[in-house]
Design a protein around this ligand. Sequence first.
Ligand code: SAH
Length: 271
Amino acid sequence: MSTILELPTKHTKSKPPRALGIVSLVGAGPGDPELLTIKALRAIESADTLVYDRLVSPEIIDLAPPGCELIYVGKQKDKHSLPQEQICDLLVALGRCGKKVVRLKGGDPFVFGRGGEELDKLEAAGVEWQVIPGITAAIGCAASTGIPLTHRDHAHAITLITGHRKDGDLKINFDLAMQKDQTVVFYMGLSCLPEICAELIKRGKNPNTPFAAIANGTSKDERLVIGTLNNIAQLVAAAELPSPALLVMGSIVASRQALMELGSTHGELSA
Ligand code: SAH
Protein backbone atom coordinates (compact mmCIF):
# COMPACT_ATOMS: atom_id res chain seq x y z
CA MET A 1 0.00 0.00 0.00
CA SER A 2 1.40 3.38 -0.87
CA THR A 3 1.43 6.20 1.60
CA ILE A 4 0.43 9.63 0.50
CA LEU A 5 2.38 12.29 2.27
CA GLU A 6 0.39 15.46 2.44
CA LEU A 7 2.36 18.54 3.35
CA PRO A 8 0.50 21.29 5.15
CA THR A 9 0.15 24.34 2.95
CA LYS A 10 -0.57 26.57 5.91
CA HIS A 11 1.24 26.97 9.16
CA THR A 12 -0.33 24.32 11.38
CA LYS A 13 1.85 24.25 14.46
CA SER A 14 0.19 22.94 17.60
CA LYS A 15 -0.89 25.78 19.86
CA PRO A 16 2.01 27.19 21.86
CA PRO A 17 1.65 27.72 25.62
CA ARG A 18 1.80 31.52 25.37
CA ALA A 19 -0.04 33.74 22.93
CA LEU A 20 2.14 34.14 19.87
CA GLY A 21 1.63 36.79 17.30
CA ILE A 22 1.09 36.32 13.63
CA VAL A 23 2.89 38.01 10.83
CA SER A 24 0.82 38.48 7.69
CA LEU A 25 2.70 39.15 4.47
CA VAL A 26 0.14 41.25 2.68
CA GLY A 27 0.08 42.40 -0.93
CA ALA A 28 -1.04 46.03 -1.11
CA GLY A 29 -1.54 45.99 -4.88
CA PRO A 30 0.03 48.36 -7.39
CA GLY A 31 -1.28 51.72 -6.19
CA ASP A 32 -5.03 52.21 -6.35
CA PRO A 33 -6.19 51.46 -2.78
CA GLU A 34 -9.43 49.98 -4.11
CA LEU A 35 -7.41 47.11 -5.56
CA LEU A 36 -6.76 45.75 -2.08
CA THR A 37 -8.40 42.41 -1.40
CA ILE A 38 -11.03 42.24 1.34
CA LYS A 39 -8.74 39.88 3.22
CA ALA A 40 -5.89 42.40 3.06
CA LEU A 41 -8.17 45.19 4.23
CA ARG A 42 -9.34 43.13 7.22
CA ALA A 43 -5.76 42.26 8.16
CA ILE A 44 -4.73 45.93 8.00
CA GLU A 45 -7.75 47.04 10.00
CA SER A 46 -6.92 44.67 12.84
CA ALA A 47 -3.14 45.12 12.86
CA ASP A 48 -1.13 46.05 15.96
CA THR A 49 1.87 46.91 13.81
CA LEU A 50 2.22 47.75 10.14
CA VAL A 51 5.62 47.32 8.50
CA TYR A 52 5.56 48.87 5.06
CA ASP A 53 7.61 49.73 1.97
CA ARG A 54 7.91 52.81 -0.20
CA LEU A 55 5.64 51.38 -2.90
CA VAL A 56 2.61 51.15 -0.62
CA SER A 57 0.13 54.02 -1.22
CA PRO A 58 -0.34 56.47 1.67
CA GLU A 59 -4.12 55.90 1.38
CA ILE A 60 -3.55 52.27 2.30
CA ILE A 61 -1.39 53.14 5.31
CA ASP A 62 -4.24 55.42 6.43
CA LEU A 63 -6.47 52.34 6.74
CA ALA A 64 -4.47 51.22 9.80
CA PRO A 65 -6.51 51.47 13.01
CA PRO A 66 -5.84 54.20 15.59
CA GLY A 67 -2.95 53.21 17.83
CA CYS A 68 -1.42 50.90 15.24
CA GLU A 69 2.35 51.17 15.23
CA LEU A 70 3.64 52.16 11.78
CA ILE A 71 7.15 51.13 10.78
CA TYR A 72 8.57 52.30 7.45
CA VAL A 73 11.34 50.10 6.14
CA GLY A 74 11.93 51.88 2.86
CA LYS A 75 13.15 49.92 -0.13
CA GLN A 76 13.98 52.88 -2.28
CA LYS A 77 16.37 51.84 -5.00
CA ASP A 78 19.95 51.84 -3.74
CA LYS A 79 18.99 53.27 -0.36
CA HIS A 80 17.09 50.68 1.62
CA SER A 81 16.15 52.24 4.93
CA LEU A 82 16.60 48.84 6.53
CA PRO A 83 18.59 46.03 4.96
CA GLN A 84 16.52 42.94 4.16
CA GLU A 85 18.20 40.93 6.91
CA GLN A 86 17.11 43.47 9.51
CA ILE A 87 13.58 43.57 8.14
CA CYS A 88 13.40 39.80 8.61
CA ASP A 89 14.75 40.09 12.17
CA LEU A 90 12.26 42.86 12.93
CA LEU A 91 9.33 40.73 11.74
CA VAL A 92 10.48 37.79 13.84
CA ALA A 93 10.90 40.00 16.92
CA LEU A 94 7.48 41.61 16.48
CA GLY A 95 5.84 38.23 15.89
CA ARG A 96 7.42 36.87 19.06
CA CYS A 97 6.00 39.80 21.06
CA GLY A 98 2.56 38.37 20.39
CA LYS A 99 1.58 41.13 17.98
CA LYS A 100 -0.61 41.02 14.93
CA VAL A 101 1.88 42.26 12.41
CA VAL A 102 1.02 43.21 8.87
CA ARG A 103 3.99 43.28 6.53
CA LEU A 104 2.63 45.35 3.66
CA LYS A 105 4.32 45.12 0.31
CA GLY A 106 3.59 46.77 -3.01
CA GLY A 107 1.86 44.48 -5.51
CA ASP A 108 2.11 40.84 -4.48
CA PRO A 109 4.51 39.67 -1.76
CA PHE A 110 5.74 36.75 -3.87
CA VAL A 111 6.37 38.60 -7.13
CA PHE A 112 9.78 40.28 -6.92
CA GLY A 113 8.85 41.20 -3.38
CA ARG A 114 11.36 39.18 -1.33
CA GLY A 115 8.36 37.72 0.49
CA GLY A 116 9.97 34.29 0.20
CA GLU A 117 12.96 35.37 2.26
CA GLU A 118 10.78 36.82 5.00
CA LEU A 119 8.64 33.72 5.03
CA ASP A 120 11.68 31.46 5.43
CA LYS A 121 12.88 33.46 8.42
CA LEU A 122 9.48 33.43 10.09
CA GLU A 123 9.10 29.71 9.54
CA ALA A 124 12.61 29.00 10.86
CA ALA A 125 11.90 31.11 13.95
CA GLY A 126 8.59 29.33 14.57
CA VAL A 127 6.53 32.50 14.18
CA GLU A 128 3.06 31.98 12.82
CA TRP A 129 2.50 33.51 9.40
CA GLN A 130 0.06 33.86 6.57
CA VAL A 131 0.36 35.28 3.08
CA ILE A 132 -2.38 37.44 1.58
CA PRO A 133 -1.85 37.93 -2.15
CA GLY A 134 -2.06 41.26 -3.90
CA ILE A 135 -2.50 42.40 -7.48
CA THR A 136 0.96 42.52 -8.96
CA ALA A 137 2.04 45.58 -10.97
CA ALA A 138 1.84 43.73 -14.30
CA ILE A 139 -1.78 42.76 -13.78
CA GLY A 140 -2.75 46.17 -12.40
CA CYS A 141 -0.99 48.15 -15.14
CA ALA A 142 -2.38 45.90 -17.87
CA ALA A 143 -5.91 46.51 -16.61
CA SER A 144 -5.59 50.25 -16.17
CA THR A 145 -3.96 50.86 -19.56
CA GLY A 146 -6.10 48.36 -21.46
CA ILE A 147 -3.17 46.24 -22.61
CA PRO A 148 -4.20 42.58 -22.31
CA LEU A 149 -1.22 40.42 -21.37
CA THR A 150 -2.47 37.42 -23.29
CA HIS A 151 -4.50 37.46 -26.48
CA ARG A 152 -5.33 34.66 -28.89
CA ASP A 153 -3.86 36.65 -31.79
CA HIS A 154 -0.78 38.00 -30.05
CA ALA A 155 0.53 36.34 -26.93
CA HIS A 156 0.20 32.83 -25.58
CA ALA A 157 2.47 33.36 -22.63
CA ILE A 158 3.53 36.08 -20.25
CA THR A 159 7.06 36.46 -18.96
CA LEU A 160 7.55 38.53 -15.83
CA ILE A 161 11.18 39.35 -15.64
CA THR A 162 13.35 41.53 -13.43
CA GLY A 163 15.34 44.09 -15.38
CA HIS A 164 17.59 45.40 -12.67
CA ARG A 165 21.33 45.51 -12.39
CA LYS A 166 23.39 43.69 -9.81
CA ASP A 167 27.05 44.49 -9.26
CA GLY A 168 27.05 46.50 -12.50
CA ASP A 169 25.70 43.71 -14.71
CA LEU A 170 22.23 43.31 -16.12
CA LYS A 171 20.70 40.24 -14.55
CA ILE A 172 18.29 39.49 -17.34
CA ASN A 173 17.50 36.20 -18.97
CA PHE A 174 17.55 37.52 -22.53
CA ASP A 175 16.93 34.08 -24.02
CA LEU A 176 13.60 34.10 -22.26
CA ALA A 177 12.79 37.64 -23.35
CA MET A 178 13.54 36.77 -27.00
CA GLN A 179 10.84 34.07 -27.23
CA LYS A 180 8.05 34.74 -29.73
CA ASP A 181 4.28 34.98 -29.21
CA GLN A 182 4.47 36.28 -25.71
CA THR A 183 4.19 39.48 -23.72
CA VAL A 184 7.30 40.33 -21.75
CA VAL A 185 6.94 42.49 -18.66
CA PHE A 186 10.08 43.91 -17.13
CA TYR A 187 9.93 44.93 -13.48
CA MET A 188 12.60 47.31 -12.14
CA GLY A 189 13.87 47.96 -15.65
CA LEU A 190 13.46 51.71 -16.05
CA SER A 191 17.04 52.74 -15.32
CA CYS A 192 18.41 50.02 -17.62
CA LEU A 193 15.92 50.58 -20.45
CA PRO A 194 18.47 51.75 -23.07
CA GLU A 195 20.71 48.75 -22.36
CA ILE A 196 17.80 46.31 -22.38
CA CYS A 197 16.62 47.59 -25.77
CA ALA A 198 20.12 47.61 -27.24
CA GLU A 199 20.77 44.05 -26.14
CA LEU A 200 17.45 42.76 -27.51
CA ILE A 201 18.13 44.42 -30.88
CA LYS A 202 21.67 43.04 -30.88
CA ARG A 203 20.26 39.56 -30.40
CA GLY A 204 17.96 39.99 -33.38
CA LYS A 205 14.68 41.19 -31.94
CA ASN A 206 12.78 43.27 -34.48
CA PRO A 207 13.42 46.97 -33.64
CA ASN A 208 9.77 47.69 -34.50
CA THR A 209 8.52 45.41 -31.73
CA PRO A 210 5.87 47.41 -29.85
CA PHE A 211 6.97 48.55 -26.42
CA ALA A 212 5.16 50.39 -23.61
CA ALA A 213 6.29 51.95 -20.38
CA ILE A 214 3.81 52.59 -17.59
CA ALA A 215 4.68 54.70 -14.57
CA ASN A 216 2.68 54.81 -11.34
CA GLY A 217 0.23 52.35 -12.84
CA THR A 218 -3.33 52.35 -11.41
CA SER A 219 -2.70 55.54 -9.41
CA LYS A 220 -4.01 58.99 -10.26
CA ASP A 221 -0.51 59.83 -11.50
CA GLU A 222 -0.40 56.98 -14.01
CA ARG A 223 1.46 57.70 -17.23
CA LEU A 224 1.75 55.59 -20.35
CA VAL A 225 4.31 55.94 -23.10
CA ILE A 226 4.07 53.74 -26.18
CA GLY A 227 6.72 53.25 -28.84
CA THR A 228 8.87 50.51 -30.26
CA LEU A 229 11.95 48.67 -29.11
CA ASN A 230 13.90 51.11 -31.25
CA ASN A 231 12.61 54.38 -29.79
CA ILE A 232 11.05 53.65 -26.39
CA ALA A 233 14.20 54.59 -24.43
CA GLN A 234 14.25 58.01 -26.12
CA LEU A 235 10.52 58.56 -25.64
CA VAL A 236 10.74 57.61 -21.98
CA ALA A 237 13.73 59.90 -21.41
CA ALA A 238 11.98 62.79 -23.20
CA ALA A 239 8.84 62.22 -21.13
CA GLU A 240 10.95 62.04 -17.94
CA LEU A 241 8.93 59.04 -16.86
CA PRO A 242 9.27 58.55 -13.11
CA SER A 243 9.69 55.38 -11.08
CA PRO A 244 8.07 52.97 -10.37
CA ALA A 245 7.62 51.99 -13.95
CA LEU A 246 6.91 48.79 -15.76
CA LEU A 247 8.03 47.94 -19.29
CA VAL A 248 5.79 45.86 -21.54
CA MET A 249 6.99 44.39 -24.82
CA GLY A 250 4.94 42.51 -27.38
CA SER A 251 2.70 42.90 -30.39
CA ILE A 252 -0.37 43.32 -28.20
CA VAL A 253 0.93 46.78 -27.29
CA ALA A 254 0.45 47.90 -30.90
CA SER A 255 -3.19 46.88 -30.96
CA ARG A 256 -3.70 49.05 -27.91
CA GLN A 257 -1.96 51.94 -29.60
CA ALA A 258 -4.14 51.55 -32.69
CA LEU A 259 -7.25 51.77 -30.53
CA MET A 260 -5.98 54.87 -28.81
CA GLU A 261 -5.19 56.49 -32.12
CA LEU A 262 -8.74 55.83 -33.21
CA GLY A 263 -9.65 58.02 -30.27
CA SER A 264 -11.71 55.32 -28.64
CA THR A 265 -10.24 56.27 -25.31
CA HIS A 266 -8.17 59.01 -23.76
CA GLY A 267 -4.57 58.68 -22.71
CA GLU A 268 -1.05 59.76 -23.29
CA LEU A 269 0.68 57.94 -26.10
CA SER A 270 3.97 59.59 -25.53
CA ALA A 271 4.58 62.80 -23.70
N1 SAH B 1 5.94 43.00 -5.51
C1 SAH B 1 5.72 44.03 -6.49
C2 SAH B 1 6.94 44.31 -7.31
C3 SAH B 1 8.09 44.89 -6.53
S1 SAH B 1 9.49 45.25 -7.53
C4 SAH B 1 4.56 43.62 -7.38
O1 SAH B 1 4.08 42.48 -7.30
O2 SAH B 1 4.09 44.46 -8.17
C5 SAH B 1 9.26 46.96 -7.88
C6 SAH B 1 8.95 47.18 -9.34
O3 SAH B 1 7.58 46.89 -9.59
C7 SAH B 1 9.13 48.60 -9.79
O4 SAH B 1 10.47 48.86 -10.11
C8 SAH B 1 8.25 48.64 -11.02
O5 SAH B 1 8.89 48.03 -12.11
C9 SAH B 1 7.10 47.73 -10.61
N2 SAH B 1 5.95 48.49 -10.09
C10 SAH B 1 5.43 48.42 -8.87
N3 SAH B 1 4.34 49.21 -8.75
C11 SAH B 1 4.17 49.79 -9.96
C12 SAH B 1 3.23 50.71 -10.50
N4 SAH B 1 2.23 51.19 -9.76
N5 SAH B 1 3.36 51.09 -11.78
C13 SAH B 1 4.37 50.62 -12.55
N6 SAH B 1 5.29 49.74 -12.09
C14 SAH B 1 5.20 49.33 -10.82
